[in-house]
Design a protein around this ligand. Structure first.
Ligand code: CAA
Length: 257
């Protein structure tokens, strides 16, 4: 699929978005973010796709929003164009999104990874929010997503200081799921993507909805939603197949219906 700043391709039932602006370390300009979000939405609508992967190249995930593009903005020009609003749409994607991170994931690059559901990182990956050093702050969800992931106290420390931290630190904070050698990031991400692609898609979707809702709902409201989603799985052929396969002592073959 031809896009200017990303490569979008499908491998079996996995839709891949590869950031492709290597000359500026995949700095995210507005068109690039539009292309990413539009592709994620297209994959989300495509019945043949079960899992989505977002990745950079072997040197960098993304070094943030494009500083040159935004340096001459005014509050009014930003308010009118509202360039970060498009990022909200990533939160509406129903399918699992895996971020595969090599090298820098800074500022908007870290935000993009945080908008994904799971992060698989290379040992040499570096995460952080350097915005404070530019006299600004995260604006594409960073303060919210990081606080929800690791708590406001640690998030404040990291965002205030603006220093980069390693993949292992990010894993210890609870932001990164897996850390592997740089040459294995792609393989580990795809292994996980295939593993998820073989699960029942409706279960994955309802689990994502339920877990994400836990960040905003009270315990009782969250449990109510979980219960309704559990009951809803019984409307799927995959529930019949999953339980039948168990009793027949064979692996299930899920169809996403
Ligand atoms: N925007 C625009 N261009 C960028 C960029 C960015 N965020 N990050 C890197 N580049 C460009 C550099 O200007 C440079 O271009 P030239 O070759 O034309 O000079 C090229 O990418 C290579 O970068 P460096 O020479 O700086 O590479 P390095 O290895 O010495 O340093 C780095 C790497 C530490 C990541 C450094 O590039 C850097 O600090 N980048 C900016 C990181 C940053 O501040 N990100 C936050 C942006 S604001 C934001 O993201 C707001 C938000 O919430 C959405």
């Amino acid at each position: 699929m031809s896009k200017k700043y990303i490569n979008a391709y499908i491998e079996d039932s996995i839709g891949v978005v590869q950031l492709n602006r290597p000359d500026v370390l995949n700095a995210l300009n507005r068109q690039m973010v539009d292309e990413i979000v539009e592709t994620l939405e297209m994959y989300d609508r495509d019945d043949k796709i079960n899992v989505i992967v977002v990745k950079g190249n072997e040197k960098v995930f993304a070094a943030g929003a494009d500083i040159e593009e935004m340096m001459d903005e005014s509050p009014l020009s930003l308010e009118l164009a509202d360039p970060f609003a498009v990022w909200d749409r990533i939160q509406l994607i129903n399918k699992p999104i895996l971020a595969s991170v090599n090298g820098f994931a800074l500022g908007g690059g870290f935000e993009l990874a945080l908008h994904c559901d799971l992060i698989i990182a290379a040992e040499n990956a570096q995460f952080g929010f350097p915005e404070v050093k530019l006299g600004v702050m995260p604006g594409a969800g960073g303060t919210q997503l990081l606080s929800k992931a690791i708590g406001s106290r640690k998030a404040l420390e990291l965002i205030w200081l603006g220093e980069s931290f390693s993949a292992k630190q990010a894993r210890d904070f609870g932001v990164v799921n897996r850390v592997v050698a740089p040459e294995l990031v792609e393989e580990e991400t795809m292994r996980l993507a295939y593993q998820l692609a073989n699960q029942a898609p409706i279960s994955l979707r309802l689990i994502k909805e339920s877990v994400k809702a836990s960040e905003d709902l009270s315990l009782m409201d969250g449990m109510k939603l979980e219960r309704k989603n559990f009951y809803l799985t019984f409307d799927s052929q995959d529930q019949t197949e999953g339980m039948k396969a168990f009793t027949e002592k064979r692996p299930p073959h899920f169809k996403g219906v």
